[in-house]
Design a protein around this ligand. Structure first.
Ligand SMILES: Nc1ncnc2c1ncn2[C@@H]1O[C@H](COP(=O)(O)OP(=O)(O)OP(=O)(O)O)[C@@H](O)[C@H]1O
Length: 609
């Protein structure tokens, strides 16, 4: 027998509170993967950038020629060559810088696009409890702010960095070709620049990393404030939340101030390096010209070469700023793709499609609590045989919905394990596998803005019209035909409003199209005894046929026909058995059933109200 295991103990051991940040090695590996197949285009871009840098040397050379011509009292005709050189270099420079921008964009933009997609799909795949523990704001700041920083750096700084680096090399080669002593004098600036850069990197790195985390906290505080606005207002707790937001904003701003202070000192120190280098070049030029070992024209060109280095050096060192920020963002984004306790545990073999039989689902000794709170599930064990339907009943707060999210792989147990097993071949591990095999329909069904067809095709974009019609028919959604434009009616925000049970019908029809082998149903939209409840019960029965299923039975009508009923109370299982067995035992279930039977004949709606 083959199995897919989700081990909650692994999460316990990791003890992680925030969404993880990838190591440098993981990040570099990811960048290599993103750039795969683009090395030729990158090389072409670098070559064009090199040509651009060499062309940048033309003006100091031309000005040196002109100076020399003036010093030698030559005719005006001597200016023709430098002017032609200047004009030619200007035209060629414009073409090469256009070419390098286009080529780099072709290499970098698709890679950044893929990174953005990966980050978004990783975010969607994250188990809910990972997101809650890390803070929704942290997640939002990663998929928005960090992605933007990386895009900006990749689209702007990378080209500047490469171009400026090549310009520096070309200029140093130009200085050496005039006289090696010029190059040597220019290199005097290098130790000061190197020490400055080292200091800057050490000082700014923790500031940028801390700044990104502070940004995430600020976003979390804001989102929490918005989400809880009605409650905060009702309890007059607005001031306290505002103080919290202010404190997190001040922390984020403090990082920004510190980053600005460090950057200002950095550029100040770079100025002193320029002063030392240019001073040395002028002294060398004076000595060489005085001794007749260099011409005035060459000395002018050398001084202009060096002055021309200021910009590219400042660019190279300055874009470390944005490259560092992008680096910190990249580590956080790649960290996102590594989040979840089981990311390393990929499926070791796909389950063959030929295995028509749904898997068994076994939860063994599950304990779970929200964030740092106490356990709300205690040692819960459930076994769903292939194709069997298990109903979970219990009072409000007994842990039914929590159990549902665990079984669907959306949350991770603190301890215990969930196993999917097939009696044929095929094996896999991890909560991502649970999320892949188990579909959860919750009480919060979202109707997306668009037509009924759009809403259904979300799960199977290639589904034919006939498939959609069959799915709607299976769940008995006859009301769709009565809509003004049938399946083409626009629903959701701004469209025709749907009732809660109609939205639930849509969710069930989506489930038919998705065709998952295991279903966890946790919906409580319809009042027991109502037509809507009967219709939804019928729809659920049709959808669950042929699948292993756990039904969180908010109405006992959902439980009576189940193969097995589990009764929960206070996060523990009190009783289990069939409807008849549990009635015969005359325990908690019998009491619930009796109360419920009376209730729905009267006014109270559901078993857990
Ligand atoms: N997001 C949450 N954060 C913290 N505690 C929670 C959260 N959701 C549920 N709980 C707590 O967990 C326990 C189990 O709640 P759960 O919603 O699973 O019960 P339930 O049986 O499904 O209740 P209902 O029938 O009302 O949906 C309760 O004590 C509840 O207060």
């Amino acid at each position: 027998m083959s199995t897919a295991v989700y081990d909650g103990a692994a999460r316990e051991k990791s003890g992680r509170a925030l969404l993880p940040v990838a190591t440098g090695a993981d990040t570099r590996r990811q960048v290599r993967i993103l750039m795969r197949g683009r090395s030729r285009a990158l090389l072409a871009a670098v070559l064009v950038l090199l040509a651009d840098s060499v062309l940048g040397l033309a003006s100091p050379i031309a000005i040196g020629w002109i100076t020399q011509a003036i010093a030698d009292h030559r005719q005006v005709a001597a200016l023709i060559a430098p002017v032609v050189l200047l004009a030619g270099a200007a035209v060629a420079g414009a073409v090469s810088s256009w070419g390098s921008t286009v080529l780099l964009a072709r290499v970098v933009l698709p890679a950044v696009g893929r990174l953005r997609e990966q980050a978004l799909s990783a975010a969607v795949e994250l188990p809910i409890d990972e997101v809650e523990a890390g803070g929704t704001g942290d997640l939002v700041s990663r998929v928005s702010g960090d992605v933007d920083r990386i895009s900006d750096a990749a689209e702007g700084s990378l080209g500047s960095f490469l171009g400026a680096g090549l310009a520096i090399l070309a200029t140093l080669a130009g200085l050496a070709s005039l006289d090696w002593r010029f190059a040597l004098a220019g290199l005097l600036a290098v130790p000061i620049q190197a020490i400055t850069l080292r200091w800057y990197l050490r000082a700014s790195r923790p500031i940028y990393a801390g700044g990104r985390i502070a940004d995430g906290r600020r976003a979390s505080a804001l989102l929490a404030g918005f989400a809880a606005l009605p409650t905060l207002r009702a309890l007059r707790m607005g001031d306290r939340q505002r103080d919290r937001i202010e404190a997190s904003s001040e922390a984020a701003m403090d990082y920004e101030f510190r980053a600005t202070r460090v950057a200002t000192r950095f550029f100040g120190r770079l100025n002193s390096a320029e002063f030392v280098g240019l001073g040395a070049i002028l002294v060398v030029a004076f000595v060489l010209v005085r001794d007749g070992r260099a011409s005035i024209g060459a000395a002018t060109t050398a001084a202009l070469f060096f002055a021309g280095l200021f910009d590219p050096i400042n660019t190279v060192l300055g874009v470390f700023d944005s490259i560092q920020q992008a680096g910190a963002g990249l580590e956080r984004l790649v960290g996102l793709t590594l989040a979840g306790p089981d990311r390393a545990g990929q499926p070791i073999a796909a389950v063959p499609a030929a295995l028509v039989k749904p898997p068994a689902l076994e939860a063994d000794g599950l304990s779970f609590g929200y964030l740092d709170g106490p356990d709300v599930l205690h040692e819960v064990s459930v076994y769903v045989a292939p194709g069997e339907h298990v109903a979970v009943v219990g009072t409000t707060g007994s842990g039914k919905s929590t159990l549902a999210t665990l079984l669907a792989g959306l949350r991770s147990p603190r301890s215990g394990r969930i196993t999917l097993s097939w009696n044929g071949s095929g094996a896999a591990q991890g909560s991502s596998w649970l999320r892949h095999e188990v579909a959860l329909v919750t009480q919060e069904t979202h109707v997306f803005a668009g037509t009924i067809t759009d809403n259904l095709r979300l799960v199977r974009p290639d589904a034919a019209d006939g498939d959609l019609a069959r799915a709607l028919e299976t769940v008995g959604a006859n009301w769709v035909a009565a809509l003004p434009d049938g399946v083409r009616t626009v629903v959701g925000s701004g469209g025709t409003p749907l009732s809660a049970s109609q939205a639930q019908h849509l969710a069930l029809a989506r489930l038919v199209l998705l065709d998952p082998p295991v279903v966890v149903l946790d919906e409580a939209t319809a009042e027991a005894g109502s037509d809507a409840a009967r219709s939804l019960d019928g729809a659920a029965a049709a959808v669950l046929r042929g699948r292993s299923a756990v039904v969180i039975a908010h109405r006992l009508s959902q439980a009576a026909d189940a193969d097995q009923i589990i009764v929960m109370d206070g996060g523990r299982i009190l009783e289990r058995g069939t409807h008849e067995q549990l009635l015969a035992v005359d325990g908690a279930y019998a009491r619930l059933f009796e109360a419920w039977s009376k209730d729905w004949a009267g006014t109270r709606p559901a078993v857990d109200s």
